[in-house]
Design a binder for this molecule. Structure first.
Ligand code: DGL
Length: 269
């Protein structure tokens, strides 16, 4: 199975695209809903929680785990790859979402001015700034943290009037930084669940870069280049779900997002 991990529901926006890109693969999704949001937590805690989740997915038979969470990718991926994987099992892999996203922006921007919204943790980590400086020298990144957006999604308020208030306020603040921003990265996997509101308040002509298709393309490419990992991907076309919260609550929201009946199992670390 391919393991897909997020702090909560956000990773479902990545899972949806992964399934579209590799429909015959088996996926195991884990949402740490009981401890979401991660975006306002310390570096240390996000690392510990993410490592627990990765170990759990490994124990369940995943050789490859996608951190479908920008906050976990920003704060935990490097340590897990460099420090933990060699000890746990050097043949397993954990991949994140930030690098493929930055690789895709180059083709999307004409002005070279990129806007980024994300959780406070992702923005403060400067992971995007560092990758942009490395891969796209000459581009400028304008960033803004949106601490309320993930809770709106986790608590089922993505369609409510509270979401309008916060989405508008945060986007106004971001776009006030530069009139030249022509590409907006939704640097949090929860944010596509607010897409109708985001579209409403983004200035006209701005490109919105969604991570799901980008990460899916990047995974297809990765498996092509790594047949030894591809060989570990079982091909039954199934998706199973795990949550650290009550499955009933997870099932209700996840079924809406995935357009199918989701039956999750509860996991306790
Ligand atoms: N989906 C996670 C991300 O991409 C949300 C983090 C959170 O739980 O705050 O950053």
């Amino acid at each position: 199975m391919i393991g897909v991990f997020d702090s909560g529901y956000g990773g479902l926006t990545i899972l949806r695209e992964l399934r579209r890109a590799i429909p015959d693969a088996d996926f195991l999704y884990l949402g740490d809903n009981a401890r979401a949001p991660y975006g306002t937590r310390s570096f240390d805690l996000v690392y510990q929680f993410t490592l627990q989740a990765v170990r759990h997915l490994f124990d369940r038979g995943c050789h490859l785990v996608i951190l479908a969470c920008n906050t976990a990718s920003a704060k935990a991926l490097r340590s897990i790859q460099q420090r933990d994987l060699p000890v746990i099992d050097p043949a397993r892999r954990v991949l994140g979402v930030i690098r493929p996203t930055v690789e895709a922006i180059g083709a999307a921007t004409r002005t070279g001015h990129i806007g980024l919204v994300g959780t406070p943790g992702t923005i403060a980590s400067k992971s995007y700034d560092i990758e942009v400086a490395k891969l796209l020298p000459g581009c400028h990144i304008h960033t803004h943290a949106c601490p309320m957006w993930v809770p709106l999604v986790e608590y089922g308020e993505a369609d409510g009037p509270g979401a309008d208030y916060f989405v508008r306020k945060d986007l106004d603040t971001l776009f006030a930084q530069s009139p030249d921003i022509d590409t907006l990265i939704l640097g949090c996997t929860h944010y596509p669940l607010l897409l109708p509101k985001i579209r409403q308040y983004v200035p006209e002509g701005v490109n919105i870069l969604l991570q799901g298709p980008v990460v899916a393309d990047s995974l297809v490419n990765y498996l092509h280049r790594h047949p030894e990992m591809d060989a570990h991907v079982s091909r039954g076309g199934t998706t199973r779900y795990l949550t650290t919260e009550l499955p009933e609550r997870f099932n209700a929201l996840a079924s809406l997002f995935m357009d199918e009946q989701v039956q999750a199992d509860r996991v306790v670390f």
